[in-house]
Design a protein around this ligand. Structure first.
Ligand code: ATP
Ligand code: MG
Length: 727
């Protein structure tokens, strides 16, 4: 079969990389240089030109979205022949192998795969059996430690030898039993999917040989993000034929926090000394300005292989850095630019991507898009009000407003954990039915349900009292205060903090963002009650189903954007503490990873790139101004221009100006006065509108001096002043 259609669309470096089919190959190249394109063409070439049977080819990547795209491209190029190749994510490929071979490891054919929630429930039982206190050691933290161990290929019995602190000793007890129990129940968790094939290959050399023969050609995209187990998996499979082609960019390694080891790509010659290395240097994606700017960012990293990357594409517009007063202005301006671009013609909604560091940032952007009636989708994530932690808190609030809300009741009766299982809830439900009362009322009479153990009855009663308390406080307190107090009392922010992972940190941010949304809602709308807020939220989630998902603006975290490209890209929130995240300040390696993330984000853009930062990002936990991200200072001046849209220029908070190195931490204590800053206009019920001249103190004790346009200068205690902040 003629393969000229394959080669015509490749440059000479890409062609060479496709033609070098045998032996270990590393294609190490910068963003947008056609790595994924080479990989897909290589598969088609193997089938067409080399006559390799499609089922001897295994192609792996990381996300489902990337895998689907890869499959589509391969099918097109191979005119359908690639259908029989194995193309998928590591997890899906491994699951497929284990479905066939699992019995040899002692699993049944139809083993279950546990997701995170299942795992959580499961590990709690295990901890209980071992008398490992949930109070002392958070189940989620234990789970994370086990997951980390699995991904580093540390077996249950080996963990003991590395345990040093009390927490690790606890894990070293839980891990073996957890693993044994999973197996007894014919269950694998997500990490087992990666670990079990390794155990299989270790124990059964003949089976390994079988798979080595079966997959005579291995191809891996985004290789820089492989972790230990994934690396060993590939090493096993490539052990005989050694036709391993890995494709990646060390500058785009962004999953260290999930166990990715950038060394896998940097030191590949250790395991494959005969590895042929190809560099692709021509970028086809971005304009010169975008590409040069991105290069000027990433070259500040030390742990990297230097690369050349150039483009024949036009100069293009300079990258735009937008400086904004606050995150509201940021959202409005991003949407404003999208509108302008649309008005100018020739662009679709789907040409735009808005990227951010943390999920919590999406709320304001979502609000602004919704108000402008611009359809949007969130890739690889969930919309703000659909996130688990948000739904949990909303369920509590709903229950305080509506005692008959059975769904909410069930959602939170055992969240946080109170030891109230499904069977107790069933008994309670029967009791409620028999007496024609709501579940919540039944909870109040839990003592009458004698089929439930007295310990659990006590927990149920406590839950009832908690909800009743907040239901009765609704009259006295504003919605914002009520929500804040409730969140404090159930302690979910505390527990996220204890879990202390990137994920839990981001989830805490989401909850703070929700509290802020409620506070703002009541501020801008004096008659606003909690009920009204909840109703509005319900409406948002209901009407949010845009018909045409394919033609919509894309919102996503920078992490999800890897491998994708868009004509117009916004990278938002370039502020110290947010991007880079403050938790990375102390660790050089983490900081370099943040920088790579910025590089990944910037290189998604084909034609236009906007980078934004806001001087104030009103989040719980912040009452002072942000400093622009250090990454902005590192960028080469020649490739961008700054558009200063700040109305209140040159303001620096006292702390920031007295200490130039000071960088605020987003994890600080709650404070709802973040919007009260010098220069802001506020409205007071009696004095009318005025401008803030000075602020003293923080939080509860904050006092401000305002020059009211009519009433003159006044000094006010913010807490009692009943101010509305104007934008
Ligand atoms: P990333 O590092 O972001 O994963 P990549 O190196 O995988 O990028 P691709 O996504 O394969 O790059 O290619 C980037 C863009 O350039 C795509 O739109 C692709 O179609 C185009 N492209 C790549 N090579 C060529 C070529 N030889 N001729 C024309 N277009 C090309
Ligand atoms: Mg790619």
């Amino acid at each position: 079969m003629d393969s000229s259609h394959l080669m015509d669309s490749l440059n000479s470096a890409q062609r060479e990389a496709v033609l070098c089919t045998d032996g270990p190959v590393l294609i190490l190249a910068g963003a947008g240089s056609g790595k994924t394109r080479v990989l897909t063409h290589r598969v088609a070439y193997l089938i067409y030109q080399k006559g390799i049977k499609p089922w001897h080819i295994l192609a792996v990547t990381f996300t489902n979205k990337a895998a689907t795209e890869m499959k589509d491209r391969i099918l097109k190029l191979s005119r359908g022949a690639g259908k029989e190749s194995w193309i998928g994510t590591f997890h899906s490929i491994c699951a497929r192998i284990l479905r066939v071979e699992g019995e040899k490891l002692g699993y049944g054919k139809n083993f279950l795969i546990f997701d995170r929630d299942d795992q959580k429930r499961f590990i709690k039982n295990v901890m209980e059996d071992l008398n490992v206190s949930e109070k002392e050691f958070q189940p989620e933290a234990v789970l994370n430690a086990i997951s980390g161990a699995k991904n580093a290929f540390v077996r249950p019995d080996e963990y003991q030898t590395i345990a040093k602190a009390p927490f690790e000793y606890a894990v070293s007890r839980v891990y073996p039993l957890y693993q044994r129990m999973l197996k007894q129940n014919n269950i694998m968790d997500f990490d087992d999917l990666l670990v079990n094939p390794l155990l299989l290959f270790q124990e059964y050399p003949t089976i390994l040989e079988q798979y080595q023969n079966r997959f005579s050609y291995l191809l891996v995209d985004e290789f820089q993000d492989t972790n230990r187990t994934q690396y060993i998996f590939l090493k096993y499979l490539a052990g005989r034929n050694r036709n391993l082609c890995v494709v990646g960019d060390d500058d785009q390694s962004i999953y260290r926090w999930r166990g990715a080891e950038i060394e896998n790509i940097l030191n590949i010659e250790n395991d494959y000394p005969d590895c042929k290395i190809f560099h692709l240097e021509q970028n086809y994606r971005s304009t010169k300005n975008i590409l040069n700017l991105a290069n000027s960012i990433v070259k500040n990293n030390q742990l990297r292989r230097d690369k050349t990357l150039w483009t024949e594409r036009e100069e293009g517009d300079k990258v735009t850095v937008l400086e904004l007063d606050d995150a509201y202005a940021e959202a409005l301006n991003v949407v404003g630019i999208i509108k302008d671009e649309l008005m100018a013609g020739s662009r679709d909604f789907s040409d735009f991507a808005i990227l951010y560091r943390t999920n919590a940032q999406s709320r304001l952007l979502e609000d602004a898009l919704r108000q402008a009636a611009i359809p949007y989708v969130i890739v690889g994530g969930v919309k703000f009000y659909e996130r688990k932690e948000i739904k949990d808190v909303l369920a509590y609030l709903r229950l305080t407003c509506n005692p008959r809300d059975t769904v909410s009741f069930k959602r939170v009766i055992n969240f946080p954990l109170r030891g109230i299982g499904d069977s107790s809830v069933l008994k309670l439900e029967d009791f409620a039915d028999a007496n024609s009362i709501s579940l919540l009322e039944a909870a109040g009479r839990a003592d009458e349900v004698t089929t439930i153990s007295s310990r659990i009855r006590k927990s149920i009663l406590e839950f009832f009292q908690l909800i009743s308390k907040y239901a009765s406080l609704r009259e006295q307190f504003s919605a914002g205060e009520l929500a804040q107090a409730l969140v404090d009392e159930i302690g979910i922010l505390r527990s996220f903090k204890e879990i202390n992972t990137e994920e839990s940190f981001l989830r805490a941010e989401n909850v703070r963002e929700l509290l802020l949304a409620i506070v703002n809602y009541t501020k801008t709308n004096k008659a606003a009650t909690l009920d009204a807020f909840l109703e509005e939220v319900t409406l948002i989630t209901d009407i949010d189903n845009w018909d045409d998902k394919s033609n919509a603006v894309t919102l996503m975290t920078l992490h999800s954007a890897k491998g994708l490209e868009f004509p117009v890209v916004f990278v938002t929130g370039l502020e110290e503490g947010l991007f880079p995240l403050s938790r990375t300040f102390d660790n050089h390696a983490d900081l370099e990873e943040e920088r790579r993330l910025f590089y990944v984000g910037s290189t998604r853009a084909k034609e236009k790139l906007f980078i934004t930062w806001a001087a104030v990002r009103p989040r719980y936990g912040e009452s002072f101004n942000n400093l622009p991200s250090r990454f902005l200072k590192e960028m080469d001046q020649s490739f961008f221009e700054t558009r200063n849209l700040r109305r209140f220029n040159h303001y620096r908070s006292e702390r920031a100006s007295s200490n130039p190195d000071y960088s605020p931490s987003y994890a600080e204590i709650a404070d709802e006065y973040a919007e009260i800053v010098m220069g802001r206009e506020v409205k007071h019920e009696l004095f009318g509108i005025g401008k803030i001249l000075r602020t003293d103190g923080h939080g509860e004790n904050m006092k401000i001096t305002v020059r009211f346009y009519e009433a003159g200068e006044k000094r006010l205690v913010v807490k009692y002043a009943n101010l509305e902040v104007l934008y």
